[in-house]
Design a binder for this molecule. Structure first.
Ligand SMILES: [Mg+2]
Length: 282
């Protein structure tokens, strides 16, 4: 049996002290490293905002209140023989809250949109209605304003079925084949929007991406995209009603050159450049 003699014990305590000092040093080096913005999860702040900010939810109520005012105005100026009124809705991040997907990405250390996870997540029916969306669309239905859903999604053969389930499960009106269009091979909604416009008087479009309003905004240059939007500035809040989305959309494409950039160091650097486009120099 080995008895701990006094000198041994002192030596052991010294070794313990040294290893503690060493470990503290390592920990502080690691923390210093992780406080470097480029090594943090680029989605964290945007997803935390979507998950917690009352302001995020209020922006939806604000958008749907404005939408309702526009529909009421259109209803009040109807004359016999006019085309039936319609609204054209995007789905994800417009009528459907997808924050459960983004939480999963954070928990799994994904710092960029991940298409394969998205495709596995969609059939799980974890989407919930965005604030105000169900009430606004029920108001449309009560007033014979038809609701058209136009979405770009691709989860294979069941894409349409999954999207239809999302409408039905969440209690949205006009959940039928005439009113739901799912584009599986393009994000270009213009053709379908034009078809609806031929048969109906479209009161307004709602979306979280400029592309939900007009395809003309689908350009990769950041400044050109902004300029195109500004040419239509009078339409926002009237014909085009925009919802907030800091995690995905074609603004990402304008920054990275693609809508779903892979999580490479090059893309992390591109993101840093975007975030420092304007920066105080001293
Ligand atoms: Mg969307």
């Amino acid at each position: 049996m080995h008895h701990k003699c006094q000198p041994c014990s002192i030596r052991a305590q010294f070794v313990k002290f040294c290893s503690t000092v060493f470990l503290c040093g390592v920990v502080s080096i690691v923390s210093a490293k992780s406080s470097n913005p480029s090594s943090q999860n680029s989605l964290m702040m945007a997803v935390a905002w979507k998950q917690t900010a009352a302001e995020y939810r209020a922006l939806y109520y604000q958008a749907y209140n404005i939408a309702r005012m526009q529909v009421e105005r259109a209803l009040s100026t109807r004359t016999p023989g006019d085309k039936t009124l319609a609204v054209v809705m995007d789905m994800d991040d417009t009528i459907l809250n997808t924050v459960n997907y983004w939480g999963y990405l954070i928990n799994n250390n994904q710092a960029f949109f991940d298409d394969s996870i998205w495709d596995r997540w969609i059939p799980e029916n974890k989407v919930v209605p965005t604030p105000g969306s169900v009430d606004f669309l029920a108001f449309c239905k009560d007033n014979d304003v038809e609701v058209f859903y136009v979405t770009s999604r691709n989860q294979g053969a069941k894409t349409f079925e999954y999207a239809m389930d999302h409408l039905k499960i969440n209690g949205f009106p006009y959940a039928d084949e005439n009113h739901l269009t799912v584009l599986t091979d393009t994000s270009n909604k213009q053709k379908r929007q034009d078809e609806i416009g031929n048969d109906y008087e479209i009161v307004l479009f709602m979306g979280d991406n400029l592309n939900d309003f007009k395809r003309v905004y689908y350009v990769t240059d950041i400044d050109e995209r902004t300029k195109l939007m500004e040419q239509d500035k009078d339409l926002f809040g009237r014909k085009f009603i925009l919802l907030p989305n800091p995690t995905d959309g074609h603004w990402i494409r304008a920054v990275f050159g693609e809508s779903e950039p892979p999580p490479t160091n090059t893309n992390r650097e591109i993101l840093r450049k975007a975030a420092t486009r304007s920066s105080w120099e001293q």
